[in-house]
Design a protein around this ligand. Sequence first.
Ligand code: KIV
Length: 264
Amino acid sequence: MSKITTARLLAMKQERQKIAMITAYDATFAKVFEQAGAHAILIGDSLGMVLQGEASTLKVTVDEMAYHTRCVAKGCTQALVVADLPFMSYSNSDLACTNAATLMRAGAHMVKLEGGAWLSDTITQLTRQGVPVCGHLGLTPQSVHVFGGFKLQGRDLDQAAQIKQDAQALEAAGIQLLVLECVPSPLAKEISELLSIPVIGIGAGPDTDGQVLVMQDALGLTTGYVPKFTKNFLAENDSVQAAISAYVCEVAEGRFPGPEHSFN
Ligand code: KIV
């Protein structure tokens, strides 16, 4: 696999090649996932839940994100490294630039932030200063208490229209990638067709330009509640690398996610 850049991801969308992204939080998994063919590795603030055992992502700090970003970046030579700006670390443009700089210095190639059109000025500032930005719409976990739980978003017409409008505003502001989480498949399809940049889905059906999974979900390392949109790729494979190769392959061939992993 040649080095994955934002330009390469855009070309993949244009050539209708699906993008496979997965979270990792350390060098070993990042290296194995890259060798398995993952195009992008996300240091998600999901680490607050899957590593730290918290009930949400809200307690994660910029220093913790920087530590895990540094670890992941050590393991990656080809994949695009995307790091989450955690809760309240981008509540104004100056703060966003300072914290994004910390993550970029730790080895990120792009930062991800959650929210709609209100982030436009911040995104413009970041991109002007050399920081590629990934947006995140739909179920944005940092707003879990506003939503009243980890719930499907965009089900009613007003909500769907708002998400579409936000996606267009974020693209106009300069994002180069968009994660859409837990929205009905037809809405995700419409947004993927509407935008020129690649749209990566999680719980957003089969018609986005790529998929992202939390690594613990992809490897069946879940206790208790297992979200509908996940799949344990280790169940039918005998190593972590083979499991993630199967994930990349099923995404590329449009076999994952299936209807059983999607919302309509
Ligand atoms: O934090 C994370 O892992 C994420 C993914 C669920 C997209 O944002």
